[in-house]
Design a protein around this ligand. Structure first.
Ligand SMILES: [Zn+2]
Length: 251
């Protein structure tokens, strides 16, 4: 009962993943963290979306110990934990196997920014991680998957508020946001820009990525202090409502 609201939010994000077609079969999961309580709610492992109920969400602490729930948490929980531990501003994490984004991950290719649809949501390309070593795969695979993704952000100097998604090489995307709902929206945008990139590259192979003022202008319309896209919030803040809506600080 104590975690009812958190579980409801995680449940709705998982349901939305399925409704948007981003997680075929049971290939996806969403979680949301309550930073004050130090716990997150995540989808249980291997339960079909049609059978999922809010009370089935599993609540785990930042060490991955189950604190509430009868079912086993998603097998990807250790990867989610790495994002929450690595970036204090991340409030929701989503993993999908959406078709086009997964195809780029399988090809080991980042998704280049080829137009303003992409630039609105992601500052630059959506990166792909390095290959994992046999040792990383054979021991603590899911935790190491998360570590490799966080490592990429740190080494490349990327911030998750500017690039709210990454492709785990040979696997599929992970997206994040200030909430699970925002992370789902970023996963949806990621899939759409991945499809557009694929079509664009089919039409003009080798086309140069968008950069410079046009890309920057579009990202800045929706992110940061000078953002002006959308409506002012009801609280009176002049910060606009943005799709990714993220203000994150690295831990
Ligand atoms: Zn997966």
């Amino acid at each position: 009962m104590f975690y009812q609201e958190l579980k409801r939010r995680a449940f709705e994000a998982n349901l939305q993943l399925a409704e948007l077609g981003l997680a075929p079969l049971t290939w996806g999961n969403a979680s949301e963290i309550d930073r004050e309580l130090g716990v997150l709610a995540i989808k249980p492992s291997g339960v079909a979306y049609g059978d999922l109920r809010p009370q089935d969400m599993v609540v785990v602490d930042l060490e991955g110990r189950t604190v509430e729930g009868a079912l086993r948490p998603s097998s990807d929980t250790p990867a989610h934990l790495e994002f929450y531990r690595g970036f204090s501003g991340v409030g929701g994490v989503v993993h999908t196997h959406s078709k086009y984004a997964t195809a780029f991950a399988q090809a080991g290719r980042p998704i280049p920014c080829l137009g303003t649809t992409h630039a609105d949501a992601f500052a630059g390309e959506v990166p792909v991680t390095r290959a994992m070593s046999p040792k990383e795969i054979l021991t603590d695979y899911e935790m190491n998957s998360g570590r490799v993704m966080v490592e990429h952000f740190r080494k490349a100097g990327l911030l998750p508020d500017q690039v709210p998604g990454i492709l785990l090489r040979s696997h599929a995307p992970f997206c994040f946001g200030p909430s699970a709902a925002a992370a789902v929206e970023n996963a949806d945008v990621l899939e759409r820009v991945a499809e557009m990139a694929w079509v664009t590259l089919s039409l003009t192979p080798g086309i140069a990525a968008l950069s410079g003022p046009l890309a920057e202008r579009h990202f800045r319309r929706k992110h940061g202090a000078g953002a002006y896209y959308g409506q002012a919030t009801r609280s009176g803040s002049d910060a606009p409502a943005t799709p990714s809506g993220i203000r994150l600080k690295p831990a």
